[in-house]
Design a binder for this molecule. Structure first.
Ligand code: AMP
Ligand code: MG
Length: 422
């Protein structure tokens, strides 16, 4: 496990008072490591988990050459450009019930989708492309099919002995189906990541408490809970912790024992009463950053015991943005995922956006399809870092990169789609 100082030593131009968003991710890549424990789970439990070993195909899928259509199988070498091919139907091949005979020249076998191709036959003509040419006889007009058409080859999906899925693959519905198609009932996955979280601040009310002047209900716990659950983490909710050293110390110590990562919100900005920051410093190896970004400038990162600490700012939008930009990729890495960055798409901004070079801005965006079929994006109203409704309306974050300046109406911008993350 690396210390903050060791990670910093490997970075160039590291300035904790003006860190670029890119540098934050580079730092975190250096800090966090994948969990090591592996467990074996059935396919229904594998959804969202991360594969811990390369998966070789024990069989080929499909196991035999088979028909991709309902129609007639025959040997394609008989096809002529200038004259129809007449064939006598000598049998029927059903899915799951092969035709055992041998078809000769001039003969065809009626075949259903998925049925094994009879020996020596390589071509299927769909039923609707044939003409009747007498009892048990069909005609195939020239140009309707080519030799080899409508036949699926053995192993064209997965070949026996080859890698079907790689270690580090996060298993989605398609991957789960693919594993099952190999006849494999259980897979080795990394153990689930345990993440503890709590909200800090004397002004934060838990649900059920009566409103009082200057206090706000805690929303961060619920957004963080949702974001972690979507990632497939085991969540440990430690509630709202007020600015009392003893309570903070207990919360941090417990969380560090129980979890691989701790996420807090609030209490890391410059003007804060120093309780949260002081406790992080006392208990762990922690650095406090000012990140060149908007929203979400202050952030604390480090370790408390064995657990990685992400001390997020308090503002509700800043929490979600810093989670998506930094915490999510770091947690994916800890989960053993090979691919940790969310892909971005390009969309035309339907409005001009003011942007200062020298910081990364994450504006809440609503992407839609324009009349001409291209993607367009507009911002969702008030972009204040406390305006959580902007996150509800948006379906992605418009990412205005560090060096980027103003965007003209119609200009292209990068969008990080929320996709399954929110
Ligand atoms: P802080 O980073 O602690 O200075 O908080 C910044 C702003 O976010 C303040 O207006 C806080 O009241 C607000 N805030 C902090 N934590 C939460 C929370 N858990 N839920 C909702 N708002 C919060
Ligand atoms: Mg505060």
């Amino acid at each position: 496990m690396k210390s903050i100082a060791q990670v910093v030593a490997q970075l160039q131009g590291y300035d904790p008072q003006a860190l670029s968003a890119e540098a934050v991710n580079t730092f975190l890549d250096g800090l966090v490591e994948p969990v090591s424990a592996v467990e074996t789970v059935g396919i229904f439990d594998a959804l969202g988990r991360v594969l811990a070993q390369d998966l070789m195909s024990p069989i080929s899928v499909p196991p035999h050459d088979n028909s991709a259509m309902d129609g007639y199988a025959f040997a394609g070498a008989q096809l002529r450009n200038d004259s129809p091919l007449e064939l006598t139907i000598v049998g029927t091949a059903l899915a799951g019930k092969a035709w055992a005979g041998t078809a000769l020249a001039g003969q065809a076998v009626k075949i259903m989708t998925g049925a094994i191709m009879p020996t020596g036959l390589d071509t299927v003509i769909p039923q609707e492309l044939t003409q009747e040419a007498g009892p048990d006889r069909i005609a195939v007009a020239p140009g309707r099919v080519r030799a080899g058409d409508n036949r699926r080859l053995a192993g064209e999906d997965l070949m026996a002995g080859r890698a079907a899925l790689g270690r580090g693959e996060r298993l989605g519905p398609a991957a789960c189906g693919l594993i099952a198609s190999l006849g494999i009932a259980q897979v080795a996955v990394w153990r689930r990541l345990r993440v503890a979280y709590f909200s800090t601040g004397d002004e934060i009310l838990s649900l059920g408490e009566s409103p009082r002047e200057g206090a706000v209900y805690d929303s961060n716990r619920y957004t963080v809970f949702g974001l972690l659950t979507r990632l497939g983490c085991e969540v440990i909710d430690k509630g709202v912790v007020p600015d009392e050293p003893a309570r903070l110390e207990t919360a941090f110590r417990e969380a560090a024992k129980e979890a691989d990562a701790i996420i807090t919100s609030g209490g890391v900005s410059v003007g804060e009463a120093d309780f949260t920051k002081a406790m992080m410093k006392k208990l762990g190896d922690v650095v406090f950053w000012r990140i060149a970004m908007r929203p979400g400038r202050p952030m604390a990162v480090g370790r408390i015991g064995e657990a990685v600490l992400f001390g997020l700012p308090g503002n509700p939008v800043a929490v979600m943005v810093t989670f998506l930009a930094f915490v999510r990729p770091a947690l994916l890495r800890m989960m053993g995922c090979r691919s940790t960055r969310q892909p971005m798409l390009k969309a035309r901004s339907s409005e001009a956006i003011r942007k200062k070079p020298g910081r990364t801005e994450y504006q809440r965006g609503l992407v839609s399809t324009a009349k001409d079929g291209s993607l367009q994006v507009c911002t969702t109203g008030n972009q204040g870092s406390g305006v959580l409704s902007s996150m509800v309306q948006a379906n992605g974050l418009i990412v205005l990169h560090h060096a980027q300046g103003n965007v003209a109406a119609g200009g292209e911008v990068d969008v990080m789609m929320f996709d399954g993350a929110i």
